[in-house]
Design a protein around this ligand. Structure first.
Ligand SMILES: Cc1cc2nc3c(=O)[nH]c(=O)nc-3n(C[C@H](O)[C@H](O)[C@H](O)COP(=O)(O)OP(=O)(O)OC[C@H]3O[C@@H](n4cnc5c(N)ncnc54)[C@H](O)[C@@H]3O)c2cc1C
Length: 579
């Protein structure tokens, strides 16, 4: 078991010259591969230039899905794999991955047949993404998929909706509702619809937390696995065998000689390879942005359904209920650099899309409480006219530069949904390279707070924990919703000491914070507790306060990232952070 602090890990790194596998990039793909390799007892080091899950993996649409529209591109293998992984994740990470009823508004029955057939046969869609802003303004219409195509797509989609052998989860089948009953259920919906289709996918409510739980539990399970954030690969120290790493906090440099490098830097893959003296041109990324709206009327109008529809050029727009807010996405714009932000043009486009489906709902700019953007690490397919046609499947591109002592496995593409299978495939390839054999399978391994999840009777779980630590069951329920069964460790940490009051003798031995009321709510985010924040900061590799606001909690997505909150958290965590 490895429970080293970041400082200890860096000290060990300075004493160590070799590692079997160096994984560069701690997005979901790097993290999942780290976990799988560590489970096979491989000596593995995972590094990221920023925080864990701070790249593309923190800017997804939060869907765990098969990818209905990939059927049109003929990506049946991917859809089958993704649908089955969706069902599996509902079982393995039930605290974060939840069923998501999804509604598709349908404006006519027959349109889109030609476009779908053309796409399926490999011909370009009639409009490319680069022409979209003009199309939106000029109001060109008519390339949405009609009811017949949606029906066919959903029937195909559900062919693979089988429960994985060891799990029992299978999503309900789709249904169609005609206009009158659709408008009864969604009264704000455009009266131009002819029907709605309701089908089921899944949502991951806290993707960044799912990722950090994988990191932390992997280190706990393994002696030989280390994950360090804010540690960049900056180059090679000699041309052939030694990789140079830099601590982004102190500026200190380290050297390591890996047997194998896994480049999991998503949209940074080519830039990273340049640093490794192995130039490549694998990535042709597209940017996607999302808005988070605090808009009670819109939130009420969509209910618990994600609304999923097409823009006139066939690109997907989604409105996702996220606690009291609504996430609106997304764009799909070619870019040639990985650092991006949401532009005014994208905001205008996304707001206009809402009006297509809910024409009477007006959104003010002041209702946008947060925006986020990321770059899909898609394969370089610049010849493809429409970005929607670029494959979303993953592949491992192997590079071995003459004279270099290690090969580089490059993880191109991949979806959040399929992180486990991608990691499984890359781990098998790595084990083959290292001449080792798989000893543990991840197919049925529960994740983090999904362990011992009370599927049948969560209320009893809540009451038992509340009774044991004498805590208000409402607080236990809230923390259970946030951490699954991991809530019990946090509750024990905060409330157990209160069961036996410390004697004056003990008090002398404890530091000040043990006597600040750990059970107190934050003044600027009342659903969080002081003791909870300190526990997370200590146990989950928080380096900067921002890591907590954006990735250990969902406070940013809830629109609560304020200077006051930052100041409060800085004070609470001050003695725990490495800088
Ligand atoms: C807008 C959008 C919506 C999406 N929606 C969904 C969805 O709903 N469902 C779904 O399944 N998938 C979705 N995806 C796809 C999915 O999010 C990505 O495919 C996946 O997150 C890619 O993860 P990754 O680990 O490969 O890359 P990343 O998450 O980008 O990780 C790469 C990491 O490498 C690090 N790095 C870069 N250079 C260096 C260096 N020199 N040294 C050390 N570290 C370095 C970066 O800091 C980064 O953390 C979406 C993607 C986008 C952009």
């Amino acid at each position: 078991m490895n429970s080293l602090t970041r400082r200890d890990q860096l000290w060990h790194l300075s004493q160590k010259s070799k590692v079997s596998v160096l994984i560069i990039g701690a997005g979901i793909n790097g993290i999942a591969t780290f976990r799988d390799l560590a489970l096979q007892h491989v000596d593995v080091l995972l590094v990221d230039k920023g925080d864990f899950c701070s790249g593309t993996s923190s800017s997804s649409s939060h869907m765990i899905h098969g990818g209905l529209r990939y059927l049109e591109n003929g990506e049946f293998r991917l859809v089958r794999e993704a649908v089955q992984e969706r069902n599996r994740l509902l079982q393995l990470a039930p605290h974060y991955v939840k069923p998501l009823p999804t509604m598709i508004p349908i404006f006519n029955w027959c349109s889109g047949i030609w476009e779908t057939a053309a796409k399926f046969l490999g011909r370009s869609a009639p409009f490319s993404s680069s022409t979209v802003p003009q199309l939106v303004q000029s109001g060109v219409k008519g390339h949405q998929r009609g009811g017949a195509i949606v029906k066919l797509g959903l029937m195909l989609y559900e062919l693979w909706n089988l429960p994985p052998i060891m799990t029992k989860i299978r999503m309900p089948n789709h249904r169609f509702q005609l206009r009158t009953s659709s408008l009864k259920q969604f009264p704000e919906l455009s009266p131009d619809i002819v029907a709605t289709a309701i089908y089921y996918d899944a949502v991951v409510l806290f993707p960044e937390r799912l990722a950090i739980e994988l990191v932390v539990e992997t280190e706990r399970m393994s002696q030989s696995a280390n994950a360090i954030n804010y540690l960049s690969v900056v180059g090679m120290s000699d041309s052939s065998r030694t990789v140079l790493l830099q601590d982004e906090v102190s500026g200190k440099q380290f050297q390591i000689q890996p047997e194998l490098v896994i480049n999991a830097t998503g949209p940074w893959i080519d830039l990273t390879n340049k640093k490794l003296n192995q130039p490549t041109d694998f990535i042709g990324g597209t940017k996607g942005s999302h808005l988070v709206l605090d808009h009670p009327q819109l939130r009420e109008s969509i209910g618990e359904h994600m609304v999923f529809f097409e823009n006139d050029d066939g690109r997907i727009v989604l409105l996702l209920p996220y606690f009291d807010n609504v996430i609106v996405g997304t764009t799909d714009i070619r870019v040639d650099q990985p650092e991006v932000c949401c532009t005014q043009e994208e905001i205008t486009y996304l707001l206009e899309m809402i009006g297509r489906v809910f024409p009477h709902i007006k959104v003010e700019h002041s209702q946008i409480v947060y925006t986020f953007s990321g770059v899909r690490p898609l394969p370089n397919d610049r010849g493809m006219e429409s970005t929607g046609q670029i494959s979303r499947d993953h592949q491992n591109k192997i590079v071995k530069q003459p004279g270099c002592s290690f090969p580089v496995f490059n993880l191109v593409g991949g979806k959040w949904t399929t992180f486990r299978t991608l990691a499984e495939q890359v781990t098998d390839q790595s084990l083959e390279f290292l001449g080792r054999r798989r000893c543990i399978d991840t197919r049925n391994l529960m994740i983090g707070g999904g362990k011992d999840y009370p599927f049948k009777d969560w209320k009893r779980w809540v009451d038992t924990v509340a009774g044991k630590y004498q805590v208000d069951p409402e607080i236990v329920r809230k923390l259970f919703n946030r951490y699954g069964t991991g809530a019990k460790t946090i509750i024990k940490h905060i409330w157990e000491p209160l069961l036996s009051k410390p004697s004056p003798h003990d008090k002398g031995k404890l530091n000040d914070f043990d006597f600040v009321d750990q059970t107190k709510s934050l003044s600027n985010a009342s659903s969080y507790y002081v003791g909870e924040v300190r526990f997370i900061a200590e146990q989950e590799k928080v380096v900067f306060v921002e890591d907590f606001i954006r990735r250990r909690s969902n406070l940013a997505l809830l629109g609560q990232d304020t200077p006051q909150l930052k100041a409060e958290l800085t004070e609470i965590m001050a003695d725990l952070l490495p800088c």
